[in-house]
Ligand binder design. Sequence first.
Ligand code: ZN
Length: 389
Amino acid sequence: MITRIVNGICYSPEPLGQTNLLVAGRQIAALGEQAELEGSIVQTVDASDCYVVPGLVDSLAHIIGGGGEGGFRSRTSELKVTDAIEAGVTTLVGVLGTDAVTRTLTNLLAKAHALDEEGLTCYCHTGSYQVPAYTLMGDLLQDLVLIDKFIGVGEVAIADHRSSQPTVQELARLASQARVGGMLSGKAGIVSVHVGPSPEGITQLLQVASTTDIPITQFYPTHMNRNQALLQMGFDYVRQGGYIDLTTSTTAQDLAQGEIKCADALLQAVKAGVNLQQVTFSSDANASLPMFDAQNNFVGLGEGRIASLYEEMTDAIRLGVPVQDALRVVTANPARILKLPHKGQLQVGADADLLLIDKNTLQLKAVMAKGRWLFSDGRVAVQRSSLFF
Ligand code: ZN
């Protein structure tokens, strides 16, 4: 099937103006004046009054659930593919969370394959919250080099009473293994780092970068909008060449404890002149979002939502962040950092992962992933439904 999407206002995420786009099979085959094919095999979709943008890339999602810090009955649930599709997420990276005992890397890989079969593109990180890292084949290098779906390591927890309190040397060792594994396999080999609320924040990452030859870009710290002090530390970290990731799953309790909503944090970044190419959003979908009192006693738990990624991207536009900047943090930037050149951009040869968004209401109208419409007219179409009675 060849699909021609006409008259949409296209963002690659760079603005391309009102133009046409041709999808053949699972790829974008032509853009602009080249996209003029007519004929009976061509489905034409009128995207007037819509933004046509890349499908969202979610660099951190707990696809098999995250923790359960309130005991077994508080274990968070698996991600539903329909929730991802309705959120406009077409590529995601699954990770383990606080609980790497009852959630396993084998289960993570199986779920990633399921999401692929259901029409999305899903990768995973090997390793765990804890150091020494949990692995599938005995060490991180083997996992990265030999298992296609593993593209990085993590999330590894620092600055948190729930972390394994890794030393700077342990983090450096982990980063070096991820780096070499990435080199040998042609993958990102990035180390996703969960940054907790302890005041030291990302100090250990700066120490690794300053005391070894490992580049600062080997790390990908997340939850950097946890409080204003950490966000500020993150802006300085970007100025030193690092990447930062902001978490869109923010609850009312998080806000009360000082977390900065992603849309507001991005607006701050714009005003501070931070290089937005090094900033991303991720959903932290299906994570446990536990609340602790001043003595770190557990008091309750929320759950990360994948829908928050789309909500914060559109809220940023409503706040006045330029459309291309609100888009790049959820498309081209994570795709580049994760070394996925066929993702996160509208360009010829890229995978046909794209969204149609009403330009007036910013409501999601349609989702195409790998050349197939998975959502349109308010309805989700997934292969899985045909397998179950
Ligand atoms: Zn985390």
